[in-house]
Design a protein around this ligand. Structure first.
Ligand code: GUN
Length: 282
């Protein structure tokens, strides 16, 4: 089994990005900037946002964290997004999800300017993706595709099974894999016999949010398995794949942690840089 080492690939790509940003600084361009909005005190969100902030610092992207109270009103969040949309220093805006239930996440995401949508979640950017037009891709699907390409995984002609149908991961990654020539099956909670699908798969993307859902008996010999799960079980981080079992049959397997997570952050940084170039007109 070959480990899909997202940590290593992301570090290498982040270093390349840092060099590009350093070049901009040398010639006097302004510094790229990402605004991060975090509402409430969800421990996982705080940890994600901290990781994203540190990664920004590493590559030379300025980041500003807007920490808002759990009880903030919809109007106040709207006002902040309007201000950030108008601010010419800000290249990317990220609203960390989930947000408290009294707020309308879908409405707020679409309020972010599509030209500052670092997450690629805006309805227009998702529309571009589904129409195969150039756009900002959601960071996790982007990171997964980069990881597969870095390891020269054959996607064209492959049978790919995506477990999970979210707007953040499952649906967009299925679209990107299909565009790269794979035949796609999207499985989800209502799928009757999950193993009957996964056993046919050359590539499996496990993004169901269920700890160790994918076990050894569900994987074809030599398959490529990408684990998107981030589940905390008894204080430990586990993926959607039973790593110790699946590693015995998979040809390639991404670990949790240090697999898709760092690739997602790299995707976010690269998205922010793309938006920055657009704003500079370069
Ligand atoms: N919550 C879980 N994953 C993500 C992500 O990729 N972006 C944002 N903004 N929130 C998330």
């Amino acid at each position: 089994m070959i480990l899909l080492d997202g940590y290593k690939v992301a570090n290498e790509r982040n270093l390349e990005l840092k060099k590009k940003i350093d070049e901009h600084k040398k010639i006097g361009d302004r510094i790229p900037e990402l605004a991060i909005i975090l509402i409430g005190n969800n421990p996982a969100s705080i940890s994600y946002v901290t990781g994203k902030g540190k990664a920004c610092e590493l590559v030379g992207i300025k980041h500003t964290l807007h920490r808002l109270d759990e009880t903030i009103s919809q109007k106040e969040v709207e006002k902040l997004i309007f201000d950030l949309n108008e601010n010419p220093e800000v290249d990317g805006i990220l609203l960390q999800l989930p947000i408290p239930k009294h707020l309308d996440d879908s409405y707020l995401i679409d309020l972010i300017s599509k030209d500052k949508d670092a997450d690629g979640f805006h309805v227009i950017n998702q529309g571009y993706l589904y129409q195969k037009k150039k756009t900002i891709y959601p960071a996790t699907p982007k990171g997964i595709m980069t990881l597969l390409k870095t390891y020269d995984i054959q996607i064209a002609g492959a049978n790919a099974v995506v477990i999970g149908r979210s707007n953040i991961v499952g649906f967009p990654v299925a679209r990107l894999l299909m565009d790269a020539g794979a035949t796609i099956t999207v499985c989800h909670r209502q799928t009757k016999d999950l193993a009957s699908h996964t056993l046919q798969a050359d590539i499996i993307i496990a993004s169901a949010g269920q700890p160790e859902l994918l076990t050894k008996d569900m994987v074809k010999q030599g398959a490529v398995v990408v684990d998107v799960g981030v589940n905390r079980v008894n204080g430990k981080l586990v993926g959607d794949v039973h790593f110790d079992g699946v590693k015995e049959v998979a040809g390639y397997l991404s670990p949790v942690p240090r697999g898709v997570g760092p690739m997602t952050i790299n995707g976010l940084l690269e998205n922010t840089y793309e938006l920055y170039l657009d704003h500079l007109g370069k």
